[in-house]
Design a protein around this ligand. Sequence first.
Ligand code: IVH
Length: 378
Amino acid sequence: MSDSSLRARLEALRKQLHEHSYRYYVLDEPIIPDVEYDRLFRELQDIEREHPEWRSDDSPTQRVGAEPLSSFSQVRHETPMLSLDNVFSEQELRDFDRRVRGRLDDGQAFHYACEPKLDGIAVSLLYVDGVLVRGATRGDGRVGEDITHNVRTVDSIPLKLQGEGWPVELEVRGEIYMPRQGFEALNMRAREEGSKTFVNPRNAAAGSLRQLDSRITASRPLEMCCYGVVASDDNLFSSHSGALAQLKRWGFLTSVELAVVDDIEACLAYYEQLLSRRDQLAYDIDGIVFKVDELALQEQLGFVSRAPRWAIAHKFPAQEEVTTLRDVEFQVGRTGAVTPVAKLEPVFVGGVTVSNATLHNLDEIERLGVKLGDTVIV
Ligand code: IVH
């Protein structure tokens, strides 16, 4: 590709990614699956890596999220809520490990904490003197929305801390999500009432938190799993896993899947093990997060613009993909019932190649508004 067409591609990618992140973060109406977003993002990252002179502060690669909605009051995160870099293969994970070791002293022993990457909404909780005083969304990472009234309705979020020894100010971060069972029940009810259903548990959780009326939020089956602390007292913890154990004692839900391991081989084994149990979990996860467990080493490793150098998200293979609708055939069953079947451009998703999909009936086609040649999500 010539420089000028590469430059045009870069601009187009930035524009698209800005739009998709606005739809995803602000409007809560994504029109492409996460994998497609990740792919565009990586393409942009690759171009920017090849042409450092084209880097720009306003590129989607340089920012963490999007502007908050204006109908909620805003909250400034004193410590920005950052994102995680993603890897998609064993090789990329090994590269991450090599970079970590390369930045530490020769032979420095350390551990990795392994935990599921929950597919929900990142939330910050602030406690003063052991009392919940504020809940906020991530927003663009620096400014989020005040959702205190809503987080108070989530059963697994302590309103007052248990035990003892917490700092005067304690900020806890984690993910609010909707367990699958609750999601199915919610959608079942919506179908019965003829109201709008949610696309997936993540969207249902986001929609439930973005409510001005907290009675609606209270009626939704939400949970919060905590994965980090921003403590005012710096010497409170020496390890990430130790901090999580303390959080549990103070009354927070933390992941039962947490494991602390010695090396990257064990991280890979953990990844395979949880991937094989993915469908049996009570909630959606989209990968594994590996973090250097020792907080002193985390500090030594520090951050790059968008993400910590001491952590990485190893994403699972996609369960959603995009493809094109080529044709629709009408199958006649034994009983004479006619079923429209979508003929798709074959696409590899969830471990199989999909080229057909049922469209159920004509009402469904109408509801979807799908037309030949459309880009569709499988
Ligand atoms: S740690 C600075 N741990 O993934 C590190 N994040 O892509 C901050 N997430 O915004 C994040 N599960 O919403 C961390 N066990 C976990 C997580 C997790 C889900 C989300 C979180 C974050 C996003 C980053």
